[in-house]
Write a protein that binds this ligand. Structure first.
Ligand code: GLC
Ligand code: MG
Length: 239
């Protein structure tokens, strides 16, 4: 990873995954380049769920896998947990208090998985999200709230999220001036898409991204899924 010069840092569901043909074309294109492209997958899924997606979709094994909306990082082929990041996640993390607050708000349903570094809920309308935001803001609970696809609410440690996880990785591996492309399709991707690196919002993105403010480094692809990544790679990196 240290020597990485070309990197694709991408969300999985709705971004790299969703159009198998577009994905095959993107991977073939990467294979044909004279350079190697390092892969960082940055997903909202928990680790086992991300690993089974990698298997069922036959995705290349990434150099780094970031799961749980940027709260867990796994390195290398053996997916070894980054313990330094893990330690950071545990600092000032108050999941019981967050769950207790959430249970006082009608319309917030806890997601049924056992999760470690995040508290995640489902909603079917915006009102409970607004109430949750207000209540968390007046509480002394350090947190970051992320709303995606009009249905998922993730509350994560303050120093985490997909953008901060990506920044941590680039710093840790001392990756300077990489030819990087960041790709996403929904609200939990916004933080990493606005870091100032070449980024793409794929054509099939959720409304919260399609309606997000224009940003000088964000390319809005016409094509969806992996096809949109391919289009953006050509825009930023193919000379
Ligand atoms: C994925 C995860 C879910 C999370 C959502 C948004 O769908 O499975 O737990 O809330 O992404 O980040
Ligand atoms: Mg997605």
């Amino acid at each position: 990873m240290k020597e990485a010069k070309h990197i694709l840092a991408t969300d999985l569901d709705g971004t790299l995954v969703g159009d198998p043909e577009g994905l095959q074309q993107l991977l073939k294109f990467y294979d044909e380049q004279v350079y190697d492209v390092s892969l960082i997958y940055i997903t909202g899924r928990y680790c086992d769920s991300a690993l089974s997606l990698i298997e069922t979709e036959n995705l290349p094994i990434p150099d780094i896998l970031v799961t749980d909306v940027g709260t867990s990082i796994y390195i290398g082929e053996k997916f070894e947990k980054d313990l330094e990041w893990e330690k950071r996640m545990k600092e000032n993390w108050m999941p019981d208090e967050i769950d207790a607050l959430a249970s006082s708000i009608p319309g917030l349903t806890k997601q049924p998985m056992i999760l470690e570094n995040r508290c995640s809920y489902y909603v079917s309308e915006i009102q409970p999200v607004e109430e949750f935001k207000r209540k968390l803001a007046v509480s002394a609970i350090p947190h970051k709230l992320i709303f995606s696809g009009g249905k998922d609410v993730d509350v994560v440690p303050k120093g985490s999220g997909k953008g901060q996880a990506l920044q941590y990785i680039l710093k840790k591996y001392d990756i300077k001036d990489p030819n990087l492309l960041v790709a996403g399709d929904s609200g939990n991707d916004l933080e990493m898409l606005t870091l100032g690196f070449p980024s793409v919002i794929v054509g099939n993105a959720q409304p919260e991204l399609l309606e997000s403010e224009a940003h000088p480094m964000i390319f809005r692809a016409k094509k969806g899924f992996a096809g949109g990544i391919h289009e953006a790679w050509a825009h930023f990196h193919s000379k």
